[in-house]
Design a protein around this ligand. Sequence first.
Ligand code: KIV
Ligand code: ZN
Length: 517
Amino acid sequence: MTEHTDTNRVVIFDTTLRDGEQSPGATMTHDEKLEIAEMLDEMGVDIIEAGFPIASEGDFEAVSDIARQTRNAVICGLARAQFKDIDRCWEAVRHARRPRIHTFIGTSPLHRAIPNLDMDQMAERIHETVTHARNLCDNVQWSPMDATRTEHDYLCRVVEIAIKAGATTINIPDTVGYTAPRESADLIRMLIERVPGADEVIFATHCHNDLGMATANALAAVEAGARQIECTINGLGERAGNTALEEVVMALKVRHDIMPYTTAVDTTRIMGISRRVAAVSGFPVQFNKAIVGKNAFAHESGIHQDGMLKNSETFEIMRPQDVGLAGTSLPLGKHSGRAALRAKLTDLGYDVADNQLIDVFVRFKALADRKKEVYDDDLVALMTDQASGEGLMQVKFLRVICGTEAPQSADLILTIDGTDHQVTAQGDGPVDATFRAVRQIFPHSARLALYQVHAVTEGTDAQATVSVRLEEDGKIVTGQSSDTDTVVASAKAYVNALNNLVVRRAKTKPDEVATSA
Ligand code: KIV
Ligand code: ZN
């Protein structure tokens, strides 16, 4: 077996709060970003890309506060190749114990056409901006966006310029998820061989998952010499997302025999942060997602179950405990006490303060009164609801009349900023009637882009989790809620999405920026 050496240490750069949060609808609140950053720091992520400070006041505040609170990880902010972006980024990250500025520019022919710079002009811009960043901060990362579609000679030329100007990490993004493992490796190898000064910097790999190869491409890049992987929890990110942190970290751990690289990530914290990111981003994890999907450790077929009982290694290449899944999953019930609830929540990755436990316990009891057995997934849904049930308005009362005779009707009381508003509305089905009632009380032009229901557990008393996605002026917000009553869950999910819309509208955007990343 190959010995660990420092040269085999792979740096984990998490961009859930920047590239992940950039995906349509995945907006997180300020407090949620701080909470996720703390979880990332605690799990041993080396670098947290906390946001894009010039994009909005909200991003700037989040990056600054994450920089102030983080104890271990390097805190990085993103900046375009412009002095004002870099200055703003530095203003936010400078509060960190270990700050980093990450500046980028699109170098492929298609991307060079956007700022209308020829090759020489772009090279000059790279030299000026990286030099400027390095004068502010001694830790500078530079990215040639769309590197995998950039001419090799030009890529070598600009990487060399960035290194000479003081970049300490060179990130090679596959911005559009176009590359494949062999090509990903060849590109890193080519840069390391051809670019003078390459041995003085760390090469990073940043892959998108458009062709489903982000994890494979990142691992291939590591085998070729990259020592930083950029990734997100649950693979969150624009379009098909980014390389999933849990996939690369577990692949390196489980197949250490053929990929002798190490990370500092405490893998037992993976499930906890995965659930939290799914909850706050409003992007549920697909059931069969590697490592963190609900079915990733489930064994349904008789042959598999039989094999598992005899020897779990028959069908399991990693233990559920290694990713933070509790070994047993005994349900709680209405006789379970506070201590049992707290222990179960800790197992599930929730660190609940004493005063929060009081509220959670009340809600747990209410759920246990309606449901005989409260499973782990019910508790996750309850915690998600607890976190998202805050905002300008709340559902106070809902009663629907439905049956074979249309129209159905909904009596609804919404509390908005402390004042109750009541209406009765009719519609084509109970959910339609309820949504019409919400719209009468809180008129808005946002379009319902998605309405999705799924059962949290089995049985007719199962809770339903409802996701609602709204679109207004090209911006997307989501809301989620769970309840044993599907219509109540729908009303609350809709109202949660509207609360997020209100927050989104209030966000000031002094300088609207667009990256295709
Ligand atoms: O995908 C991409 O190119 C990016 C860059 C900003 C690094 O996210
Ligand atoms: Zn990206």
